[in-house]
Design a protein around this ligand. Structure first.
Ligand code: URA
Length: 242
């Protein structure tokens, strides 16, 4: 692609400004100053820097949001704030949340316009791990844990009418929260509607608070308060998209 197009997409300035900046020697390609903004570069291979700050090229946008309660995981909603509304000026056309968290669920939500990645992470065939922090009404018995780990009937049916049990899951019993409610980490490999709440209901319990901690290799950044977000790092993007 042309250097001026590349620099424009990085928000360096208008075409006219970029031409001037480049002429003034502020841009380097593979360590060499270039003076013409209409040269062609390979955005995937060449090292481009502006004022000696390296620029990395991404066709797509990736944000990690700590979803707060009270916000819907949708692109539009007539009544409620959506997760896209939280992006403010960083919003660009084509972004959507990768999967859904219930309105009262908090935690990790990837927002991107990379359709292939969304497909890869949500495909039922890929069985991507999702870890949830679950605060419960009652403690789990050993029998409950075994049931959850082996698969429970949450009311779903297969095409042939037989029970569609949940896939084996993993339960890690944690301490109690500051209100004395038992806490578990639950790892599941599917993304059925209200899955965690329905799994706990299937063993006679109730979810009082739910937070997603991870999705595949992507972890919730504990420095993000609910409602905060940040762009994914280059390393996170490369692990997710490889
Ligand atoms: N399972 C649920 O029940 N709710 C969510 O938001 C996510 C998983």
């Amino acid at each position: 692609m042309r250097l001026d197009k590349f620099l424009g997409e990085q928000g360096i300035g208008t075409r006219k400004q970029i031409k001037e900046y480049v002429k003034n020697g502020r841009c380097k390609v593979n360590g060499e100053v270039v003076l013409k903004s209409d040269v062609h570069i390979d955005e995937n291979k060449d090292d481009i820097s502006f004022d000696d700050v390296p620029l990395s090229y991404s066709r797509f946008h990736y944000f990690l949001l700590n979803k707060p309660a009270g916000v819907v995981s949708a692109t539009t909603d007539g009544r409620n704030t959506t997760v896209l509304d939280l992006l403010g000026d960083d919003y660009v056309k084509g972004l959507s949340p990768c999967g859904r968290l219930d309105i009262d669920t908090e935690g990790l939500l990837l927002i991107t316009d990379d359709g292939n990645l969304i497909h890869k992470l949500l495909s039922p065939k890929k069985h991507v791990d999702k870890v949830y922090e679950v605060h419960l009404r009652d403690s789990l018995s050993d029998a409950d844990i075994t049931k959850l780990e082996e698969g429970v009937n949450i009311g779903d049916k297969k095409d042939d009418g037989s029970i569609d049990y949940t896939l084996p899951a993993k339960v890690e019993v944690k301490d109690v929260d500051n209100e004395g409610r038992p806490v578990i980490f639950l790892t599941i490999h599917e993304g059925r509607f209200h899955q965690v709440k329905r799994m706990l209901e299937a063993v006679g319990n109730e979810v009082l608070f739910l937070r997603r901690l991870s999705m595949g290799p992507l972890k919730l950044d504990e420095s993000l308060l609910p409602g905060d977000y940040r762009p994914l790092t280059d390393e996170e993007i490369s692990i997710l998209t490889k």
